[in-house]
Design a protein around this ligand. Structure first.
Ligand SMILES: Cc1cc2nc3c(=O)[nH]c(=O)nc-3n(C[C@H](O)[C@H](O)[C@H](O)COP(=O)(O)OP(=O)(O)OC[C@H]3O[C@@H](n4cnc5c(N)ncnc54)[C@H](O)[C@@H]3O)c2cc1C
Length: 501
């Protein structure tokens, strides 16, 4: 490699979307020389919805990125509603660090706002730059080698710390030998979604509410987005994604038949984009730090998106890893490594409750009397705390755990048509998971690979390459969507193009 351009930085970040931009901001705003690389050019789409609760928005505030995100004029969503078989419970979000609303801004705009914020704080964000190798000093990562796709030049950056924020298929994880997660859980749900004009754009109640209607094991969800649009998605059995791909129209109509309240919400929607989705969402934790390196965001940890928590965690722990590097400062490599390890432990402690909750929610349970009783109770409870669970103000085991679920069970058992045996078996299964989660927390073992009861066995690694956008050429890293509108009455329109706007 004789003709390779080489330079130095205080830190190099691989991947510049959520976790990468957050890490770059945290370091650059203290004057560090940070170079963040990404193989795409922004604004760029990626295969992800973008539901953000107040805890997500609070992270945007901490990063100084909120103003740029709000420039897209998203509705400020102040309520969450869960509904099953006609029983609904709503909750108004309580403030997280003064923020009492969520926003749902499509990824091209959201990620671009973060990249621009990183630049404004002095980070150098280089697009069309694809990392291919790491540089090593003995067993220590000492920087990266990358290809500038515009000039086709290979370049090197030497730095005391390299942060891999390069997503689930992290190249950095592969190159440091941490690719195979030490724990994981198979997903049971698949995800399909569209954007469309909101037929209820004048109705403040709907524009300020995230809603999930459950029917027969599938969640139908509607999230208001900027420009009077909405994101509409189904999370049902993973094998249905292939059916959606083969017969989008037929499957859409089937969901509308099975989920009448969802159908009423979306009836009349127009300008429908093409469908996008995935059936491949293994949850995992990877070893995420070592000499001179760390894995932030999805590169180190991923959980089922059924709860919409990944962006918050990637923002938060991207920022925190950057702050850990800054704190270790000029105290030398060992201080950096210790700081990275402590950061990883803190991330795990923070993310494990949502990981278990996501694993539980990805199981397909058909129409569920326990959920119905829970919603019936929460609907009249001033302290339902549904919003607090999604906002991470409260552990999910507190909100949905055995103390409260004992009451729901008793009510479900008292119904004349109750299948008591099935209910008791199910409640026992949930109780064992709750106990196991508490036991794990009590042990507090770092990088614990003991299989947990929330985890679904049978996950495989590496994750399949089939993680593609359906009905089109998009997918992770694809650039902006073309758009052709369709019209929908009570069925999906013939809009077959990609696009969030
Ligand atoms: C279907 C789905 C729906 C989701 N919905 C939600 C939701 O509603 N709310 C929520 O909070 N979370 C959601 N998530 C989770 C969320 O998408 C992730 O947690 C988040 O994108 C992680 O951000 P990241 O920066 O770690 O990784 P990514 O967003 O994956 O970004 C990684 C970046 O690294 C770059 N890169 C990769 N390799 C290289 C390389 N070799 N060189 C240079 N650059 C490289 C890529 O180009 C990319 O830009 C969802 C996830 C999925 C799969």
């Amino acid at each position: 490699m004789s003709n390779v351009t080489s330079e130095h930085a205080d830190a190099v970040v691989v991947g510049s979307r959520i976790a990468g931009a957050a890490a770059a901001i945290a370091m650059a705003r203290t004057g560090r020389h940070v170079i963040a690389l990404d193989r795409v050019r922004f604004p760029s789409d990626t295969l992800s919805t973008h539901l953000m609760f107040p805890a997500h928005v609070a992270e945007l505030v901490r990063l100084g990125a909120l103003e740029r995100v709000l420039a897209h004029r998203p509705p400020r969503v102040r309520h969450v509603m869960l509904s099953h078989q006609g029983v609904s419970a709503s909750d108004r979000f309580l403030p997280v660090e003064g923020i009492d609303f969520g926003v749902c801004v499509p990824r091209p705009e959201l990620d671009h706002a973060l990249v621009e914020t990183a630049r404004a704080f002095g980070a150098e964000v280089r697009e069309h730059s694809s990392v291919t190798d790491l540089l090593w000093d003995g067993d220590r990562v000492a920087g990266v080698r990358y290809r500038d796709k515009d000039s086709d030049e290979v370049r090197e950056i030497r730095a005391p710390v390299t942060i891999g924020a390069d997503g689930r298929r992290s190249v950095v994880a592969q190159l440091v030998g941490a690719d195979r997660p030490y724990r994981g859980s198979r997903n049971g749900r698949g995800f399909v979604f569209w954007y469309m004009d909101d037929p209820k754009s004048d109705d403040r109640k709907w524009r300020e509410t995230y809603v999930q209607w459950r029917a027969g094991g599938t969640h139908g969800m509607v999230f208001p987005t900027p420009s009077n649009r909405m994101l509409v998605s189904f999370m049902g059995p993973a094998d249905r994604v292939a059916l959606f791909r083969r017969d989008t129209q037929g499957m859409w109509e089937r969901q509308l038949r099975e989920n009448r309240r969802f159908a009423a919400r979306v009836a009349g929607a127009t300008n429908i984009t093409r469908m996008r989705g995935t059936d491949d969402m293994v949850s995992f934790f990877r070893r995420s730090s070592g000499p001179g390196w760390a894995l932030a965001g999805d590169a180190g940890h991923f959980k089922d998106p059924v709860l919409g928590q990944g962006i918050r965690d990637s923002l938060r722990h991207g920022r925190l890893v950057g702050e850990a590097v800054v704190r270790a400062g000029d105290d030398g490599p060992l201080a950096i490594d210790e700081a990275l390890r402590a950061w990883e432990k803190e991330r795990d402690d923070d993310c494990l409750p949502a990981y278990h909750w996501g694993n539980r929610e990805t199981r397909i349970v058909g129409d569920d009397p326990l959920v119905i009783e829970a919603l019936r109770t929460l609907a009249v409870d001033d302290l339902s705390e549904i919003g607090n669970a999604f906002s991470r103000r409260r552990n999910p085991e507190h909100v949905f755990g055995f103390r409260r679920s004992a009451g729901w069970l008793l009510r479900a058992l008292s119904r004349p048509d109750a299948d008591r045996g099935a209910l008791l078996r199910r409640a026992l299964g949930e109780l064992l998971i709750d106990v196991d989660i508490r036991y794990e927390r009590l042990l507090g073992h770092f990088r614990d690979s003991r299989p947990a009861r929330s985890e679904r066995p049978g996950w495989s690694w590496p994750i399949r390459k089939s993680q593609v956008a359906l009905n089109g050429q998009g997918g992770a890293g694809s650039t902006g969507p073309a758009f052709v509108g369709g019209t929908m009455t009570d069925g999906v329109g013939n809009g077959t193009q990609d696009g969030s706007r």
